[in-house]
Design a binder for this molecule. Structure first.
Ligand code: F6P
Ligand code: MN
Length: 340
């Protein structure tokens, strides 16, 4: 059995990283996030008894009602990360602006504190998504502008899934993954309180028969997306010549986890409901970290036309359409959009 601590120790030894290296800073930040993840797990386990359900009475920057646990998770992460000496700034999906942290820090951390928060009250999966970027202006506190880096710049990304068990999935960037372990999956042992390694080098099949999309928005999708889903619905009687199955967790973290475990495609497409919104999901807190995981597991992640991690962000709360998962399937969606 390999615990997360064992894994990090051997990783740092193998990379001969000293305590001031980028690798050890990233490891330290992931440790801070997982420690908070354990606290959130505890609160969720107590459920209704911990008085975490219901609305907190506030709206977040996206104009959505915040749940009590959104606020709690956000505050716990903010407090822990701003106290981490490697962290120069923190950006949260729930806060208008980035919070400057330690001037000597070499990292920036972004997070969605509680993804899929409409699942809290019904005892369904939620999660915490994180992304770690380099901070080049060392010696200066980080502002929003410093966070506007492409997804390809991420040093590491991952999520904690609060499901029937709590799990941690993360990956280092290719450059930092000196052990070539790719995407790693750990499970929280409730008896010891330690994350234990379940799998490494997770790999997503290029083909799939399973897709995730909220089809109640179908009438608002662009024609190529409508065509794509109609083809899947036609099954063996349509051009794809096989039957497909739908799954929708209503928490991106749950759908991405399923794809890492058994493949599939996840789509939150562009729609015409609100011309001011390019998509529902957030580039910096959701799309980029999930794209790093998916690509490092051999999958693909696009906005239906171009690669998500190539986006030059213009705003820390920017939204993007997302099509990610099985490589051949994502490329098929892309082909339909490029032909249109
Ligand atoms: O964070 C946004 C989010 O909750 C995702 O986690 C999830 O995939 C999606 O929204 C669910 O959207 P809908 O409400 O359309 O099912
Ligand atoms: Mn979310």
């Amino acid at each position: 059995m390999t615990t997360l601590n064992d894994y990090f120790q051997s990783y740092l030894t193998a990379t001969s990283a000293d305590s001031s290296s980028k690798q050890s800073a990233v490891v330290d930040v992931i440790n801070t996030i997982t420690a908070v993840g354990k606290e959130i797990t505890e609160l969720l386990r107590k459920g209704a008894l911990a008085d975490i359900h219901g609305e907190a009475g506030a709206e977040n920057v996206q104009g959505e009602q915040q749940k009590k646990l959104d606020v709690i998770a956000n505050n716990l992460l903010l407090e822990a990360l701003t106290a981490n000496k490697h962290c120069a700034g923190v950006a949260s999906e729930e806060l208008d602006d980035a919070t400057p942290a330690n001037e000597s820090g070499e990292l920036l951390v972004l997070f969605d504190p509680l993804d899929g928060s409409s699942n809290i009250d019904i005892n369904m999966p939620t999660g915490t998504i994180f992304s770690i970027l380099p901070h080049s202006n060392k010696g200066q506190a980080a502002t929003n502008a410093e966070f506007l880096q492409k997804g390809t710049e991420q040093l590491a990304a991952g999520y904690l899934l609060y499901g029937s068990s709590a799990m941690l999935a993360f990956t280092f960037s290719e450059a930092l993954d000196t052990n070539n372990d790719g995407v790693l999956l750990f499970s929280l042992n409730p008896t010891t309180g330690e994350f234990e390694l379940v799998k490494k080098n997770i790999s997503i099949d290029a083909d799939t028969k399973e897709y995730a999309i909220n089809a109640s928005n179908a009438r608002h999708w662009l024609p190529p997306m409508q065509q794509y889903i109609n083809e899947l619905l036609a099954g063996t009687t349509g051009p794809r010549g096989k039957n497909f199955n739908t799954r929708w967790v209503a928490a991106m973290v749950g759908d991405v986890h399923r794809i890492l475990c058994r493949g599939g495609i996840f789509i939150y497409p562009k729609d015409t409901k609100d011309p001011n919104k390019a998509g529902k999901l957030r580039l910096m807190y959701e799309a980029n970290p999930m794209s790093l995981l998916i690509e490092r597991a051999g999958g693909a992640s696009t906005d239906a036309i171009k690669r998500i991690m190539d986006y030059e962000p213009t705003n820390i709360h920017q939204r993007v359409p997302v099509v990610l998962g099985a490589k051949n399937e994502v490329e098929y969606v892309q082909k339909l959009h490029q032909q249109a």
